[in-house]
Design a binder for this molecule. Structure first.
Ligand SMILES: *Cc1c(COP(=O)(O)O)cnc(C)c1O
Length: 394
């Protein structure tokens, strides 16, 4: 069947499948680190040039991992993909494989804590200069980009304040100086992402989030052109060791099969919750890109079609009120993953963003009353009732 005519829901279930001679229905887990050659000559040839269905060592590639890479590349609309041990292994490899000492990078400043560590601490130790900008300010991108800017980095929707960056505008500013646009697309999810069409060159996911979607395993993936993936990224990952395990790849393949259904249901519930909680007397803010009151609502609708699966709520009364709210919840659990089937709530100031200074947090809008709610697959009315009754306790 001509795979490029398949729609997303079909791709999510079938793309990249490689059946063994046994014709198994569910993808096989090739839990092997190595592969046997039938002669010394074959081994020599395999090392000279391995073909599409030929493998050498699981750190370089594995049939189960390859199925996951091909399936997600088909979904994202890229020529190729490389799977990694975690989302951070993917972010690190995407940047390290592109950059060398003396290069300049422009990055949005509203970043996941570990991404900020790579851009702020690691890259600078290797002689890469990084300029941070307010990602939603196009004039700031324009002013920061220089002829020697090699890459720009951004989270399409930022964690936890849910700023939505105008990707086509930033990509066109970057492309004028020939910079590579690297997008951490976790909050947009592969379901709503049109990142490549909108101008991204390299897309990165933490598969730990919506792709697994059931809180089981860490994983990541880098997507881009065949040239970038095979010539720049693959040598870096295969020799530095950030490969995905075959068992994880199998979990992620199973996750992809239901991704569209799960993420759409989570996004619909998130909208319902945001609409109900907006304007609540105990809240000073209900931030959700799907609400018309969100400052980047128009950009979000144009880029994502739905508002995503995460809501940021600011509880009046600061940390004490926020803790009282979290502790009164009965269905929503207190943890720090997101994209899970279970609804999860986090207090960024004291957990995920604890490492930042008060000034840095204030700059990013991470106030002591702010909580981040990742909406799961529970019944929407049950979640609304749980959230409303916990707000009563504040
Ligand atoms: C979680 C996350 C990561 C890191 O992914 P891990 O799988 O935990 O390594 C990177 N970027 C964003 C935006 C994330 O939410």
């Amino acid at each position: 069947m001509p795979k490029d005519t398949w729609k997303r829901r079909t791709q999510q279930v079938h793309a990249g499948t490689r059946r063994s001679q046994y014709g198994e229905v569910s993808e096989a887990i090739y839990l092997t680190q190595g592969f046997v050659y039938d002669s010394a000559e074959t081994a020599m040839q395999r090392f000279e040039a391995s073909g599409d269905d030929e493998f050498i060592y699981a750190r370089y590639g594995n049939p189960t991992v390859r199925m996951f890479e091909e399936r997600i590349a088909a979904l994202e609309g890229t020529e190729d993909a490389f799977a990694t041990a975690s989302g951070m292994a993917a972010v690190n490899a995407a940047l390290m494989s592109l950059l060398r000492a003396g290069d300049h990078v422009v990055s949005a400043r509203a970043l996941f804590g570990s991404c900020l560590y790579i851009l702020e601490d690691v890259l600078s130790r290797f002689g890469v200069e990084v300029t941070f900008v307010d990602g939603t300010d196009l004039a700031a991108w324009e002013a920061a980009v220089r002829p020697d800017t090699k890459a720009v980095f951004l989270e399409s929707m930022s964690n936890p304040t849910l700023e939505v960056i105008d990707l086509p505008a930033v990509a066109s500013i970057a492309h004028k100086v020939g910079a590579t646009v690297v997008v951490d697309n976790v909050f947009s999810t592969p379901v709503f992402s049109r990142a490549i069409e909108l101008g991204a060159d390299v897309v990165v996911y933490s598969a730990t989030k919506h792709i697994d979607g059931q809180g089981r395993a860490l994983g990541g993936v880098v997507l881009g052109t065949r040239d970038y993936i095979r010539k720049a990224l693959e040598p870096f990952i295969k020799h530095t060791g950030g490969a995905m395990s075959p068992f994880t790849a199998w979990l992620m393949l199973k996750g992809l099969e239901t991704l569209d259904l799960r993420v759409n249901a989570q996004a619909d519930t998130a909208l319902k919750i945001a609409q109900t909680l907006e304007g609540h007397a105990k809240l000073s803010q209900c931030v959700f890109p799907g609400l018309p009151s969100h400052p980047h609502h128009a950009v979000a609708m144009a880029q994502l079609e739905k508002g995503g699966t995460v809501i940021a709520l600011e509880i009046k009364g600061g940390q004490e009120s926020a803790f009282r709210f979290l502790n009164a919840l009965e269905i929503v659990i207190i943890s720090n993953n997101l994209g899970d089937a279970k609804s999860i709530i986090t207090h960024p100031t004291t957990t995920t963003h604890q490492r930042l200074t008060d000034d840095q947090r204030a700059d990013l809008g991470i106030t002591p009353g702010l909580v981040r709610l990742s909406v799961g697959l529970e019944d929407a009315d049950d979640l609304v009732a749980d959230l409303l009754s916990a707000l009563e306790a504040v």
